[in-house]
Design a protein around this ligand. Structure first.
Ligand code: SAH
Ligand code: SF4
Length: 386
């Protein structure tokens, strides 16, 4: 029998596994703390476990870290790791230190099947879902590796990483079964002890899974909007054809009833001449005013404008800074809380949407996108002369 990777389980799962081994629930908690809080992978080092149990664990279990294929550090302190997940696939995680927090951006899939026009991961196609253990191994490694390097701890806690965003490679809500136990381990006081407000799932809008997340594990939600009308959104985020804006907005409003914060974050990647015009800002204001919980209420969401991070062969350009500011002002003037995201780690291709890892595309997406682009580029509005 293959040994069980303990990183594959949240605490409830580990408790069930321990019960199968004839062990009491508190043993699972002890083990969970050794693994996640202390970063210990060797059972011999788990000194408060009976020697006989340690011997059995050595035969039946492992703590399977992911091999690190490379590490890059940006001039701004951002670190990007490339983890080997086998069979020619590798995924990336990014550590982003700031003054008052440290965020880890975690991947959920090798590649992504959604195929957004402006996203490097999307252009690569899709290979496979990561397991719970592969999702958690990214946090496990980063937290304990950074501790061993003496990185700065956050707010008097003994933790380095204070926030997790599921904004790496992949669409987390298309890997729901593996995602939820990983989130639970992040939130668990015996695990990483992160608050629900500091764990964010970002989705391109998988409506039924947004409803399930609200029930199963309501963490902070970011929705990748990128366009204020269905025609443009379907072009940029193909999933919109399945779950158009009206359905997506209704799902956001439902999510709010369970969310740890009283707002949803909308992410909007600013693409030169594509979605950054004054009429797009007006349409977005209208969408927010009419689709929220109460007509005219603008306080149920925040908009985060992300300057497009270019990658090879995207065929798209970043909106000029002035246009981003104009767009932000139009939203703010209408009462929408709007921020412009600072780009971090772009010198090591670690910024949003630049994560490419290595993916053996099993879906032919890459080729489809090339064909689609050839057919559709002329349909985009050319940027007006600045
Ligand atoms: N699949 C999820 C999470 C991963 S993408 C999602 O789409 O939400 C994380 C964020 O980066 C999303 O908001 C995504 O739209 C944005 N993004 C993707 N490509 C980008 C690029 N090239 N420049 C800036 N942001 C990008
Ligand atoms: Fe997938 Fe998100 Fe990239 Fe779209 S933006 S292709 S959903 S990872």
């Amino acid at each position: 029998m293959n040994p069980v990777n303990l990183l594959e389980h949240d605490r409830a799962g580990l408790t069930a596994w321990c019960a199968e081994q004839g062990e009491k629930p508190f043993r699972a908690t002890q083990l969970f703390r050794w693994v996640h809080q202390r970063g210990v992978a060797q059972f011999d080092d788990m000194t408060d476990l009976a020697k006989s149990l340690r011997e059995r664990l050595k035969a039946q279990a492992t703590v399977q870290a992911l091999p690190v294929q490379s590490q890059q550090m940006s001039a701004d302190g951002t670190i990007k790791w490339l983890f080997d997940v086998g069979a020619g696939d590798a995924v990336e995680s990014v550590y982003i230190p700031e003054d008052d927090r440290a965020t880890l951006c975690v991947s959920s899939q090798a590649g992504c099947a959604v195929g957004c026009r402006f996203c490097s991961t999307g252009h690569q196609g899709f290979s496979r879902n990561l397991s719970t253990g592969e999702i958690l191994a990214q946090l496990w490694y980063a937290e304990h590796e950074l501790r061993s390097r003496g990185a700065q701890r956050q707010g008097g806690s003994d933790r380095i990483i204070s926030n997790v965003v599921m904004m790496g490679m992949g669409e987390p809500l298309q890997n729901y079964a593996a995602l939820v136990p990983a989130l639970r381990a992040m939130l668990d006081d015996h695990g990483y002890g992160l608050s629900r407000r500091r764990v964010t799932v970002s989705t391109s809008g998988v409506v039924p899974m947004m409803d399930r997340l609200a029930q199963d594990c309501p963490v902070a939600l970011a929705v990748s909007l990128h366009a204020p009308n269905d025609e443009l959104r379907s072009h940029l985020v193909p999933l919109n054809r399945k779950y158009p804006l009206a359905e997506l907005m209704a799902a956001c409003v439902r999510y709010l009833q369970h969310a740890p914060r009283d707002f949803i974050t909308f992410e909007y990647c600013m693409l030169d001449g594509v979605n950054d015009q004054p009429e797009h800002a007006q349409q977005l204001v209208e969408l927010i005013a009419t689709q929220g919980p109460r007509r005219g209420d603008m306080s149920w969401c925040k908009v985060n404008l992300i300057p497009f991070n270019p990658f090879a062969d995207s065929g798209l350009k970043r909106s000029p800074h002035g246009r981003v500011l104009q767009f932000a002002k139009a939203l703010s003037d209408a009462g929408v809380v709007t921020t412009v995201r600072k780009t971090r780690g772009d010198d090591i291709d670690a910024a949003c949407g630049q994560l490419a890892g290595e993916v053996r595309d099993r879906t032919g997406i890459e080729q489809r996108i090339v064909l689609q682009r050839a057919a559709q580029v002329p349909a985009l509005n050319p940027a007006p002369a600045a």
